[in-house]
Design a protein around this ligand. Structure first.
Ligand SMILES: NC(=O)c1ccc[n+]([C@@H]2O[C@H](COP(=O)([O-])OP(=O)(O)OC[C@H]3O[C@@H](n4cnc5c(N)ncnc54)[C@H](OP(=O)(O)O)[C@@H]3O)[C@@H](O)[C@H]2O)c1
Length: 282
C-alpha cells in the first residue's frame, strides 16, 4: 500500500480528503500541532521515518486579511514552508500534490481562468505567497500536481465562511445587501477532495490543474442560491465590493475552469453541489 503524508490535515480540506484517502492508502495525516511545515528538522525526520510515495500539502496560512497584516509570516508559511516540503519530496522521489488558489491571478479576466492563462500579479499577499509556493515546486520537482481551486465551501456545523454566514444573516434579516461585482466558482470541498483522490490514484500527466465545480457566479447570485436551497425568505440587493472594505484587496474574478481534469474526472455544477451541501450538512 502506498504511503501518503498529508500536511495541514486538521483544516477544512483535510476533513473531507482524509477519509477518502484512508480507503486506498496508508495515510499519515499531520495537523499543524504535530507538524509545522516551517520546521525543517521535524519535516526531515517525518519523511525519513515514513518514506512516503505521495505528499498532499494542504498546510497554509489561509486567512487572506491576516496575510495582508503579517506578510512576513504569510511568505514564511506559504512560500518557504512549501519550498521545504518540495525539497523533502525531491530527496525522497515522491509526488507532491499542492492545493493552490485562483487568487494567484490578478482577477482582470472577464471569463473563467484556464490552466494555460498566465499569472501576472495577485492583488494580495495571500495570492502572491501561494504563487511563490507554486514557483518553488516547479523549480524543484517534476512529479507534482499544482491544483488551483476557489471559493471552497464545506464543514457544516464548523463552517465559518460564506455559506454559514449567509445562513446566519438570513435568519436574522428580511433583506440583505450582497456584493455583486466579484466572481468565482463556488466549489464543494467534498467534490474537490474526490478529484484530488482521483489525481493520486489515476496519476494523469503532472502539472497544473484547475479544479472547481462547473460554472461561475457573483457573490449575490451565490447568496440567492443559498437562500433558495435553505428555503429562506430573505430578499437581496446587489452592492459594489467597495461597500464592504477589507484589509486585503480581493480580485474581481477568481473563477476557474477544469479543462484538463474532465478526461479523468467529472465535476458537477456549483448549483448541484451547493444544494447537496445546504440540504444535508446543516
Ligand atoms: N478554503 C478555500 O476557499 C481555499 C481556496 C483555494 C485554495 N485553498 C488552499 O487549500 C488548502 C487547504 O485549505 P483549507 O480550506 O483546508 O484551509 P484551513 O482550513 O485553513 O486549513 C489549513 C491548515 O493548515 C494549517 N497550518 C497553518 N500554518 C501551518 C504551518 N506552518 N504548518 C503546518 N500546518 C499549518 C492550519 O492550522 P491552524 O489553523 O492550526 O493554523 C490549518 O489546519 C490551503 O493550502 C489553501 O491555501 C483554500
Amino acid at each position: 500500500m502506498q504511503k501518503v503524508i498529508v500536511t495541514g490535515s486538521g483544516g477544512m480540506v483535510g476533513t473531507y480528503l482524509i477519509p477518502l484517502l484512508n480507503e486506498k492508502y496508508d495515510v499519515h495525516a499531520f495537523p499543524h500541532s504535530d507538524l509545522d511545515v516551517t520546521d525543517v528538522q521535524k519535516l526531515t525526520s517525518a519523511f525519513e521515518k515514513i518514506q512516503p510515495q505521495i505528499v498532499v500539502h494542504l498546510a497554509a496560512m489561509t486567512n487572506v486579511d491576516l496575510c495582508e497584516e503579517q506578510p512576513q509570516q504569510a511568505f514564511f508559511v506559504n512560500e518557504q514552508g512549501t519550498k521545504n516540503i518540495a525539497k523533502c519530496c525531491r530527496q525522497h522521489n515522491c509526488t507532491l500534490l499542492y492545493v493552490s488558489t485562483g487568487m494567484v491571478f490578478d482577477g482582470n479576466k472577464t471569463s473563467a481562468y484556464e490552466e494555460s492563462d498566465c499569472v501576472t500579479r495577485s492583488v494580495n499577499i495571500y495570492g502572491e505567497s501561494k504563487y511563490k509556493g507554486e514557483q518553488a515546486i516547479q523549480q524543484l520537482l517534476q512529479k507534482f500536481y499544482i491544483v488551483r481551486t476557489t471559493w471552497l465551501f464545506g464543514g457544516g456545523q464548523r463552517d465559518k465562511k460564506f455559506v454559514a454566514k449567509m445562513l446566519q444573516l438570513g435568519k436574522k434579516n428580511d433583506s440583505l445587501s450582497v456584493v455583486d461585482d466579484t466572481w468565482g466558482s463556488p466549489t464543494y470541498t467534498k467534490d474537490l477532495s474526490a478529484a484530488l483522490e482521483t489525481l493520486c490514484t489515476k496519476v494523469p500527466d503532472y502539472g497544473i490543474y484547475h479544479i472547481a465545480n462547473v460554472g461561475r457566479c457573483n457573490r449575490l447570485q451565490f447568496a440567492q442560491k443559498i437562500f433558495a436551497d435553505a428555503k429562506m425568505d430573505c430578499t437581496t440587493k446587489g452592492v459594489r465590493s467597495a461597500s464592504f472594505p477589507t484589509k486585503a484587496p480581493r480580485p474581481f474574478n477568481e473563477s476557474i475552469t477544469s479543462t484538463k481534469l474532465s478526461a479523468i474526472h467529472k465535476m458537477r455544477t456549483w448549483q448541484e453541489a451547493l444544494h447537496e451541501y445546504v440540504t444535508t450538512e446543516f
